[in-house]
Design a protein around this ligand. Sequence first.
Ligand code: HEC
Ligand code: HEC
Ligand code: HEC
Ligand code: HEC
Ligand code: HEC
Ligand code: HEC
Ligand code: HEC
Ligand code: HEC
Length: 203
Amino acid sequence: MSCHESMLVDINDEGTHPLFRDRDCLACHDSHAEDNSGFTKKPVKEMCLDCHTSIKKTLDTIGFKHSPVAEGKCTACHNPHGSKLEYQLLSQPNDLCITCHERIITTTDRKGHIVMESGNCLSCHTSHYSELKGLMVGKDPALCIQCHSDNTERLTSVHRQPIDKISACMSCHEHHVTEKPGMLKQIGHDPFTHGNCEACHES
Ligand code: HEC
Ligand code: HEC
Ligand code: HEC
Ligand code: HEC
Ligand code: HEC
Ligand code: HEC
Ligand code: HEC
Ligand code: HEC
C-alpha cells in the first residue's frame, strides 16, 4: 500500500468509492500484469456493470441511453477511486456536461434559458438514460410547468390563457437558446410573430 499512499489522501471524502475506502484494491485490480489498461481485472465497462447490476439491467431495456454510458465509458464522468464530489464525479455536473457539449453554449448570441445559462443541465436531463427521448426528466409541458407554474398575470396575459391550460410549450419556444427574445422559435405564422394575437384569440 505504501507505494500508493498519496492516492489515499482524500479517502474520507463523500465521493469515495466504498471499495477504495475499504482498501479493497483487488476487487478491481489484479496485482499482476493484466491486458486491461490501469491493470484492472476486466475492461472498465464490464467491471463496473458486473457490480452495478441495476444500471446494467436498465441499460439492457430502457428506450433512450446517453451514448458514453451505453458505450461503458464510466470513467469519462466518474473517478473510479473517488473525488471530492458526490458520486465520484470528475467535476460539477454543470462543467462536466459542457466538456463534451460545449457547442450548446457557444453557437448563439446566448439569449438563452436561464437554467441552461447557469449550466444546470440536470434540471431537465438525466445523466445515464431515460424513458423519454432526449434524455428528458419530464415531458412537455409538465417539465416546463414544474418551474413556470405560477399563473401570474404576466404569463397569462402573454399567452392569452392560463399556463396550465396550454398543451405544449415547445411548439412556440426553443429549449436552450435562440437569437430571439423570449426564447421563441425563429419561424412562425405571420400574425403570431407580429404579436397580433387578437387576429385569432379574444384578448
Ligand atoms: C471500484 C474499482 C476500483 C477500486 C476499488 C480501486 N481501483 Fe484503482 N483503478 C480503477 C480503474 C477503473 C482505474 C483506471 C483504469 C483506466 O482507466 O485505465 C484505476 C487505476 C489505478 C491506478 C493507475 C492510474 C492512477 O490513477 O494512477 C492505480 C495505481 C490504482 N488504480 C491503484 C489502486 C489502489 C492502490 C486501490 C486500493 C486502495 C485501488 N486502485 C482501488 C478501479 C479501481
Ligand atoms: C466489486 C464490485 C464493484 C465494482 C467492480 C464497482 N463498484 Fe461501484 N459500488 C459498489 C458498491 C457495493 C457500492 C456502494 C453501494 C451502492 O451505492 O451501490 C458502489 C458505489 C458506487 C458509486 C456511488 C453510488 C452512490 O449512490 O453514492 C459510484 C458512483 C460507483 N460505485 C461507480 C463505479 C464505477 C464507475 C465503477 C467502475 C470503475 C465501479 N463503481 C465498480 C461496488 C462496485
Ligand atoms: C456522462 C457522464 C456519466 C457517465 C458516462 C456515467 N455516469 Fe454515472 N452518474 C453521472 C452523474 C452526473 C451522476 C449523479 C447524478 C445523477 O444521479 O444523475 C451519476 C450517478 C451514478 C451512480 C449513483 C446513482 C445511481 O444511478 O446508482 C452510479 C452508481 C453511477 N453513476 C455509475 C456509473 C457507471 C457504472 C457508469 C458506466 C456504465 C456511469 N455511471 C457512467 C454521470 C455519468
Ligand atoms: C464524455 C463526453 C460526454 C459527456 C461528459 C456528456 N455527454 Fe451528453 N452526449 C455525448 C455524446 C457522444 C452524445 C451523442 C451525440 C450527440 O448527440 O452529441 C451525447 C448526447 C446527449 C444528449 C442527447 C441525447 C439524445 O437522445 O438526443 C443529451 C440530452 C446529453 N448528451 C446530455 C448530457 C448531460 C446532461 C451531461 C452531463 C451530465 C452530458 N451530456 C455529458 C457525450 C457526452
Ligand atoms: C429547461 C430545460 C433544459 C435545460 C436546462 C437543458 N436542456 Fe438540453 N434539451 C432540452 C430539451 C427540451 C431538448 C429537446 C429534447 C428532444 O425532444 O429531443 C434538449 C436537447 C438537448 C440535446 C440534444 C441536441 C439538441 O441540442 O437538441 C443535448 C445534447 C442537450 N439538450 C444537452 C444539454 C446540456 C449539456 C445542458 C446544460 C448546459 C442542457 N441540455 C440543459 C431541455 C433542456
Ligand atoms: C428548473 C426550473 C425551470 C424549468 C424546468 C424550466 N424553466 Fe423556464 N425559466 C426558469 C427561470 C428561473 C427563468 C427566469 C425567470 C422567469 O422568467 O421566470 C425562466 C425563463 C423562461 C423564459 C423566459 C426567457 C426570456 O428570455 O424572457 C421562457 C420562455 C421559458 N423559461 C420557457 C421554458 C420552457 C419552454 C421550459 C420547458 C422546456 C422551461 N422554461 C423549463 C426556470 C425553469
Ligand atoms: C393565425 C391565428 C392565430 C394567431 C395569430 C395566434 N394564435 Fe394562438 N392559437 C390559434 C389556434 C387555432 C389555437 C388552438 C389550436 C392549437 O392548439 O394549435 C391556438 C392556441 C394557442 C395556445 C395554446 C397552445 C397549446 O398548446 O395549448 C396559446 C398559448 C396561444 N395560442 C397563444 C398565442 C399568442 C400569445 C399569440 C400572439 C403572439 C397567438 N396565439 C396568436 C391561432 C392563433
Ligand atoms: C402559442 C405559442 C406559445 C406557447 C404554446 C407557449 N408560449 Fe410562452 N410565450 C409565447 C410568447 C409569444 C411569449 C412572449 C415572448 C416575448 O415577446 O418576450 C411567451 C413568453 C413566455 C415566458 C416569458 C414571460 C415573460 O415574463 O416575459 C415564459 C416564462 C413562457 N412563455 C413560458 C411558457 C411555458 C412554460 C409554456 C408551456 C406551458 C409556454 N410558454 C407555451 C408564446 C407561447
